[in-house]
Design a protein around this ligand. Sequence first.
Ligand SMILES: Nc1ncnc2c1ncn2[C@@H]1O[C@H](COP(=O)(O)OP(=O)(O)OP(=O)(O)O)[C@@H](O)[C@H]1O
Ligand SMILES: [Mg+2]
Length: 239
Amino acid sequence: MEKILTVKNLVMKFSNHAVLKNIDFDIEKGEKVFIIGPSGCGKSTLLRCLNYLIKPTRGDITFEGQDLKKTDINLIRTKLGLVFQSFNLFPHLTVLENIILAPTKLKLMKEEEAKQKALELLNSIKLKDKANFYPDELSGGQKQRVAIIRTLIMEPNLIMFDEPTSALDPKMIKEVTSLIQEVAETGITMLIVSHEMEFVKSLATRVIFMQDGKIIEEGSPNEIFKNPKTKELQEFLNN
Ligand SMILES: Nc1ncnc2c1ncn2[C@@H]1O[C@H](COP(=O)(O)OP(=O)(O)OP(=O)(O)O)[C@@H](O)[C@H]1O
Ligand SMILES: [Mg+2]
């Protein structure tokens, strides 16, 4: 199998506090990799490092054969998308304007083309009638689905989600996980941080367990959930 992402000896320090301590892993094309682990263990920091929202203190990240240190990060980000936990839609822009912002700003699409594609995507999630609404006029689940569409319009090859359902009411979780499930079926590679264990079990091809800035254990969902090897993972799953 072909690797899409390789992470080697990744270290992230804030002041002198190491939050990521020598992280090593890779992802093959088409995999759906989930990261689980206790609050504060460095999951969000890892995703932020992977698309250079924060610059790692040390280590190497290679995406589609390119060293992130040596490439145009804006172009990398079009192919390595990140959907945030709290949507991060611009409140002063409409749904449509939010979706077309990146592709038009980066001159990847003409405005008309971007609008047409955005409306098609909105139609596919039954939110076309909300195109001219502002984010505040949407429910949490609708906002999160728009945030996903905003990433999908770039046609990324790897899409990362940081706790995509954690800011949602239980009622809305299903509509977001269903959309992620549909996106997964297109064959795209995914890296997802989640604490919805049923969601992890339903979609993961591999699970990485992190604690205290380190990868403690990784394996298939069966290995991780039915046969955890380390004391740390056993304790995490029992809580
Ligand atoms: N910009 C920052 N400056 C200083 N410390 C930070 C910064 N961002 C994160 N940290 C620290 O790094 C550690 C890991 O944070 P991170 O947000 O990556 O955890 P997490 O695993 O995503 O937790 P959660 O499950 O609660 O989202 C925490 O101790 C946090 O306080
Ligand atoms: Mg987090």
